[in-house]
Structure formats: C-alpha cells, structure tokens
Design a protein around this ligand. Sequence first.
Ligand code: RB5
Length: 145
Amino acid sequence: MKVAIASDHGGINIRKEIMQLMEELNVEYVDLGCECSDSVDYPDYAIPVAEKVAGGEVDKGILICGTGIGMSIAANKVKGVRCALVHDTFSARATREHNDTNVLAMGERVIGPGLARDIAKIWLTTDFEGGRHENRVNKIKAYEK
Ligand code: RB5
C-alpha cells in the first residue's frame, strides 16, 4: 500500500505523528508538505493528494488541517475520492468497512496525537466489507459519472 499525506500549518504535528506510524507499519508514503509554519491554504495540499489517489498513483491519502473540514471538503471535489473526516475510532473502522473511503481527514485542533494515531492505524488496516455496502458506493460512483 502507498499513501500520500499532507497538512496545512494547522496539522503539522499530527502529520509527523502519522508519518512515524507509517514507518512503524512499513507503509510506503509520499509527504506532500507543507514545509512551513507560515499560514498556507488547505486546498493547495488537499487537491494534490486527492488527485494522486484518484489517478491511482497512490492507494490512499491522509490530510490534516486545524479542523479537518477544509481538507475534507476540498478532497471530496476530486472525482473518485471518498474522503471521511474522522475524530473517533468507531468511525475510522466503519468508514473503511462501509464507505471504502480512500482519503482520511483529521483536525489537529480537535484531537490529540494519540487518538489521531489510533484512528489512522485502524483506517489504514481495515478492509472494505463489500456486499450491500458496495452497491451503495457504486451509486456514488454512478452519480459522479
Ligand atoms: C487554518 O487557520 C484553518 O482554517 C485550517 O487549518 C482548517 O481548519 C480549515 O478547514
């Protein structure tokens, strides 16, 4: 599995935590920034990650900003991306099993690094259940076309 990860200035610490987690899990990743502590614009980071996922260059994406909201809105504009904003472990598992989400968004001003790490670990390691859920995801895909 290959993952693209990015954050704006509001998500740098959790991004570092999740990169550390992916190293421990031997998950290959590409870090798309940001490099600075100055204020940057979240769409400039969300869209490149989402396009890499939609284009098949990577399997999944992880995005962190202050709330996770801006990142998730921007990522979901890219066709083929199903981005979930997640701040609890139940939803982390459910959104993989039921929605087959391919991008995870989190907010560093909402949760701490420990919970973010647990959420990312569950999300990265949980498979889509398919079955009745596949039918529902297919309806989203059909609407996109
Ligand atoms: C930046 O101040 C903040 O707006 C951003 O990180 C994010 O929370 C947007 O949704």
